[in-house]
Design a protein around this ligand. Structure first.
Ligand SMILES: [Zn+2]
Length: 265
């Protein structure tokens, strides 16, 4: 169902078959940081129990963004500090994140998952990070930063400098194309460039296996190609159909990117 991968010393990724989700754990000497919490409280509770098999240290949670599969397990971590971007807080305080997840489960015909999401408590971040923050876990720092609009308008990444690891949320995706539904397609390449500028040895995507910087650079080039297609359509240089034909990604993904670019016109 789910398994741990230790990507660096005391830096762990919990790989899930469901949605190919990757959740994270960074362990210091006095505290640990949990990166994302899963799609509902059942998944969150399973994850919390798995964390407790590795460490009994006090925990806090970072939410990389407010998409339902990353943040509706937070209540299982029981009232701990929750870090997130102000936009993540706004999404979770409103109902948009849950509504999008309900729609996802309904369209997949998964009534049980929809029920679990309906029952999950939303936990908006109480440690709001508009730009940058540093967490001291004891003998280990974790740097949080918002690399600019990308997969959403409120992505927050976690950088563990001593381990050379960046948790990228859905700014980076392995095993499937990046998801553009709430994206800023023409800004996304720059956000990924910010991740590469940190010089990571390992980047943990929100979905799929951990990757290296070369993979991330390749994905950045694909995102830059999509950004250029969006710009060309906006400028009237090519049609949407031409953009879809030239895109490195499937038509539905490119279509979402073009719609988002048009909406930001
Ligand atoms: Zn996402």
């Amino acid at each position: 169902m789910a398994r741990w991968v230790e990507v660096a010393e005391r830096v762990f990724v919990r790989r899930h078959a469901t949605l190919d989700l990757s959740l994270g754990l960074v362990v210091g000497e006095r505290a640990c940081l949990v990166v994302d919490t899963g799609a509902d409280e059942e998944q969150g509770a399973e994850f919390a129990a798995a964390v407790r098999e590795l460490t009994g240290l006090p925990w806090s949670v970072l939410l990389t963004h407010a998409h339902f599969d990353h943040c509706f397990g937070t209540a299982a971590f029981g009232g701990c500090p929750v870090w997130g971007h102000p936009g993540c807080r706004a999404e979770l305080a409103g109902g948009g994140a849950r509504a999008d997840g309900m729609e996802y489960h309904r369209s997949a015909g998964d009534a049980a998952a929809a029920g679990r999401l309906a029952d999950a408590r939303a936990v908006p971040p109480d440690r709001v990070v508009p730009d940058r923050a540093e967490i001291d876990l004891g003998g280990r720092r974790v740097l949080l930063w918002h690399p600019g609009p990308g997969h959403t308008g409120h992505d927050l990444v976690a950088h563990v400098p001593d381990a050379g690891v960046v948790f990228a949320g859905d700014l980076v995706e392995q095993g499937a194309p990046p998801a553009f539904e709430d994206s800023f397609p023409e800004r996304w390449p720059d956000a990924v460039g910010e991740i590469l500028a940190a010089g990571p040895r390992i980047v943990v995507p929100g979905h799929g296996d951990p990757v290296d910087a070369a993979f991330v650079a390749g994905q950045r080039a694909e995102l830059a190609a999509v950004a250029e297609l969006c710009r060309a359509v906006r400028a009237g240089e090519i049609t949407e159909a031409e953009a879809v034909a030239r895109s490195p990604y499937p038509a539905a993904f490119t279509g979402h990117a073009l719609a988002r670019a048009a909406a930001s016109r």
